[in-house]
Ligand binder design. Sequence first.
Ligand SMILES: Cc1cc2nc3c(=O)[nH]c(=O)nc-3n(C[C@H](O)[C@H](O)[C@H](O)COP(=O)(O)O)c2cc1C
Length: 276
Amino acid sequence: MIREDLASRWYNAIFSRHSVRAYDGSSVPSGMQDEIGQLLDGFSPMCKGARAVLLEGGSSEILAGFMGVFGKISGADLVLALIGDASYPNHEVAVGFLGEGIILHATSLGLGTCWVSGTYSRKAVEARIELGESEKVMAVSPIGFAEKPGNEMEENSMKAPGGLHKRKPLESLIRGLPMKDWPPGFRNILEAARLAPSAVNRQPWRFTVKSDRILVSAARFELLPMAARKLDCGIAMLHLEAASGASGIHGEWSLLDTPPGVAEYIIRHRLRRRDS
Ligand SMILES: Cc1cc2nc3c(=O)[nH]c(=O)nc-3n(C[C@H](O)[C@H](O)[C@H](O)COP(=O)(O)O)c2cc1C
């Protein structure tokens, strides 16, 4: 379970986080690096099978040679490398969960981030870290101060009229109980999950609402392998648990090994009632 103070902090950060690709080149103060450093080995049992390393220097070699949909990523002080251990069957979910916790923490410190699983040099990252036999780097994120804080969202939505920031309406993502019968707090929790980032903004998650639990499953996308969808689901699950914890609703994850089912969030108890 995520600590309640972190859950509240990360829940607030969900609403200000967006992908930042242009950084101002300044250094991240050591106090902030230390705070991020405390999360790298995980903060909940859901992180098992994943770890992260914070790299100083080398961001231009790792990121700048690649042109993504939005252009190059430049000027970041640090690179967060997210590593999965393939000996854990759900390591992709763990990488998504761990990475998004760290990313929302960085957001809460006023730092910019951007999940990157395509437009980076894995070779350049792997040359800087020691990997175990079954470990692989699955994604990275630049971390630093945005060149133009708050502006990137507008720039990007102009460049991408298809709306790489837009999210699907909640109604299209849910199954199960009708909204009017949802238990208190479920609407806030699912709204937070809906806002999660995903590769190419595909939002490959679906939620089945029951009276005491939420089932997270991966939507079908022909060109998107299950591993990539599981990573995205792990990110949405972090949002879901942060919102739940921030609302005083405590639950537990149960991982599923029956695709497209990914995991169930089972409500255990409510500390206080705060509704949608
Ligand atoms: C797993 C993952 C991989 C991503 N890979 C890339 C990438 O390779 N290059 C890139 O520029 N953006 C990448 N993104 C960023 C997404 O395009 C972005 O999160 C999405 O469009 C939603 O926009 P937002 O983060 O501003 O809300 C990735 C995001 C996720 C979650």
